[in-house]
Design a protein around this ligand. Structure first.
Ligand code: NDP
Ligand code: OXD
Length: 321
């Protein structure tokens, strides 16, 4: 038996968040290590060395004074960092090809849906209208990506490959092949002016909360061959001001939006976003979390740590991502 228990603190939801499924996966990839699902009344807190979590109850990890690392089972750590009692050990976030590939699929799917006017084609079909629509070239459309991290850079590369122009915005200065890069608040207006389809893949932090608001939408490029600018947000709901999105769609500041994340989740039935004719709503599963891929990633990180190697993708608590 490998020493040091791994505990799982997981709030269930969809199939992929079934705590039992994670328990089985971790038990199978952790080679003899004890894996326990919280709450576990039999557990001696002092034997716990590692925790793997998804939106744990605040305080769920506070008793583990021998903890060496916390593994967040998703890319976004905003919910975890909200827990003031979290032990002061490294937090590792998910950065795996499986999740990245799924997010890139989502971004490309929705950029293309707006670019190729899928809404209008569906309406025509419903009315049995045979009406070919003008097709702007991808090379005439600029996709602006807010957040040029693991997910943003991969999406940009694939969008470039299918012909779109890409611009990106991040905190630090970057050089990414084929992508015009902007950074910091002072370069945000120049980034927005160039952007026709805005894709948001930012983390939710005190700096980014409510960044997707009317003042920002009004700065988007209005020379798009698609007409008005389009928004795709798959970052976090707290990044957006939903009343501003609805108002901007209604007055033409925005032409359409795809939203995977919301201020309140599940999106309440009374939200006008559900039935807005210019909005595609998806239920926060732009990039599903696969227990098979992610349990292997966590087990590898534990092996690295125990071999004296540094953990990868460690969260900077001060920055909040
Ligand atoms: P990363 O940490 O790799 O990238 C975050 C990017 O955002 C970086 O480029 C960073 O800049 C930039 N950024 C952060 N704060 C600021 C700021 N204040 N100003 C400008 N740029 C900023 O994260 P990932 O790409 O892995 O994931 C991004 C987010 O996607 C997650 O935090 C999560 O919220 C969301 N997500 C959503 C999913 C879904 O299913 N809807 C699934 C997975 C993730 P820099 O590079 O300079 O540090
Ligand atoms: C997320 C994820 O951060 O699923 O939303 O990884």
């Amino acid at each position: 038996m490998t020493t040091g228990t791994l505990v799982l603190a997981i709030q269930g939801g969809s199939d992929n968040w079934s705590p039992q499924r994670w328990l089985e996966r971790f038990t199978s990839v952790c080679a003899g290590r004890r894996v326990a699902l919280l709450p576990d009344p039999e557990l001696d807190p002092d034997e716990v060395r590692y925790a793997a979590t998804w939106i744990p109850q605040p305080g769920a990890l506070a008793a583990f004074r021998n903890l060496r690392a916390i593994f967040n089972l998703g890319a976004g750590v905003d919910a975890l960092l909200g827990d003031a009692s979290l032990p002061q050990v490294p937090i590792v976030r998910v950065a795996v090809d499986d999740l990245t590939g799924r997010m890139t699929e989502y971004v490309v799917l929705h950029v293309l849906a707006h670019h190729r006017r899928l809404f209008a084609l569906r309406e025509d079909q419903a009315r049995k209208l045979w009406r070919p629509r003008a097709q702007p070239a991808a090379t005439a459309v600029t996709v602006g990506i807010l957040g040029m991290g693991t997910l943003g850079q991969d999406a940009a590369a694939v969008l470039r490959r299918i012909g779109f122009r890409a611009v990106g915005w991040s905190q630090s200065t970057k050089a990414v092949d084929g992508v015009e890069c902007f950074s910091g608040p002072e370069q945000l207006p120049a980034f927005l002016r160039r952007t026709h389809i805005l894709v948001c893949l930012l983390p939710l932090t005190p700096e980014t909360r409510h960044i997707l608001n009317r003042a920002l939408f009004e700065q988007l490029g209005r020379d798009s061959p698609l007409g008005a600018p389009v928004l795709v947000n798959a970052g976090r709901g707290g990044l957006q001001v939903e009343a501003d999105i609805v108002g901007c769609l209604d007055d033409g500041t925005l032409g359409a939006a795809t939203l995977d994340v919301f201020e309140r989740e599940p999106l309440p039935p009374e939200s006008p976003l559900w039935s807005h004719p210019k909005v595609i709503v998806t239920p926060h599963n732009a990039a599903d979390t696969d227990p098979d891929a992610i349990s292997v990633y966590v087990a590898e990180q534990i092996t690295r740590l125990e071999a004296g190697l540094p953990l990868q993708n460690v969260v900077d608590r001060a920055r909040g991502y």
